[in-house]
Design a protein around this ligand. Structure first.
Ligand code: ZN
Ligand code: ZN
Length: 299
């Protein structure tokens, strides 16, 4: 996969183009979602989304007349397998794939086969909900070629396992360069719709521009807060964001610092000494506990 320089990723906040809001993991009645594909489009369109990936289980849902909704639909699929050797299951979301169905054989065996299948179909792969799947770091380290991992998956909140920061940080600490994705994985839409999304910086709203920006880390993940800018010099790193209560600058192991609001005020800026770490990422948390996650900046 393409390795992205730290400069390339940091430039997301002043790159030409504009921000596009999208959900990269959704289910329709073509698998176990409660809304039809057309209702799913309407749901996200009504909430101001610019693009959407309908990632039904083991089948690519093709949308006719998608232009009429004004929402860009990125062809997608969610593959799954159980690896008997590791005794753990995996779900992998493929984005930008040529439509296909998962064959039954690939549902038993290593996750690498799923990633390779996505890539052979011309797509890019996301490691879905590692906490919910019961994966340990080693289960993820053996998989190569995914561009991202879900740091937040709204539907997994039903089981209290919506977060993925620890899995992501462990991968980054071990030198794996993956971007963090917040998504809905919407099935029910009442509690898991429009809860987590990505803000992508791209020149235009086309599948190739969005997929290219995703692959390059030109986006951040959020449940609400906006990250406006991240800057860095040789000594420190800083962030401007929408009003939040806490800003975390996270590095490997015990490096990094949190800045917290005091006296009921909100923070819109934080600055700390650059951690002695191979990477740093920023997380901004608002007063109701919703996070925005920057991509890691590799130092
Ligand atoms: Zn899944
Ligand atoms: Zn799913």
């Amino acid at each position: 996969m393409e390795r992205v320089s730290s400069a390339g990723n940091l430039s997301v906040f002043n790159a030409p183009g504009r921000w596009f809001r999208g959900n990269l993991h959704t289910h329709s009645t073509n698998s176990d979602g409660l809304l039809s594909p057309e209702e799913v489009l309407r749901f996200y369109k009504d909430r101001g989304y610019d693009f959407l990936a309908i990632s039904d289980h083991r089948v690519t849902t093709e949308i006719a007349n998608q232009d009429s909704s004004g929402l860009l639909v990125i062809p997608a699929i969610e593959l799954d397998c159980y690896d008997p050797e590791r005794q753990v299951g995996y779900h992998v979301v493929g984005l930008g794939v040529s439509p296909f169905n998962q064959d039954e054989d690939s549902r038993r065996g290593p996750a690498q086969r799923l990633i390779d299948t996505v890539r052979a179909a011309g797509g890019i792969a996301v490691l879905a909900h590692p906490y919910w799947s019961g994966q340990e770091t080693g289960d993820l380290l053996v998989v190569e070629g995914a561009f991202g991992v879900e740091v937040f998956n709204a539907t997994c909140r039903r089981h209290g396992k919506e977060r993925g920061e620890m899995h992501w940080d462990n991968l980054l600490h071990r030198g794996h360069r993956l971007w963090g994705i917040a998504c809905d994985d919407a099935h029910h839409y009442d509690l898991d719709g429009a809860q987590g999304w990505v803000m992508v910086r791209a020149a235009e709203l086309t599948p190739s521009a969005i997929l290219d920006a995703l692959q390059k880390g030109m986006f951040y993940a959020t449940r609400g807060p906006a990250i406006l800018d991240i800057g860095m010099d040789g000594e420190s790193i800083w962030v401007h964001c929408s009003p939040v209560q806490e800003i975390r600058f996270i590095g490997s192991r015990g490096t990094g610092r949190s800045v917290r609001a005091t006296g009921g005020e909100d923070l819109t800026f934080g600055r700390v000494k650059l951690p002695k770490s191979s990477y740093v990422r920023v997380e901004c948390i608002d007063k109701v506990g919703r996070s925005a996650w920057s991509q890691p900046i590799f130092l």
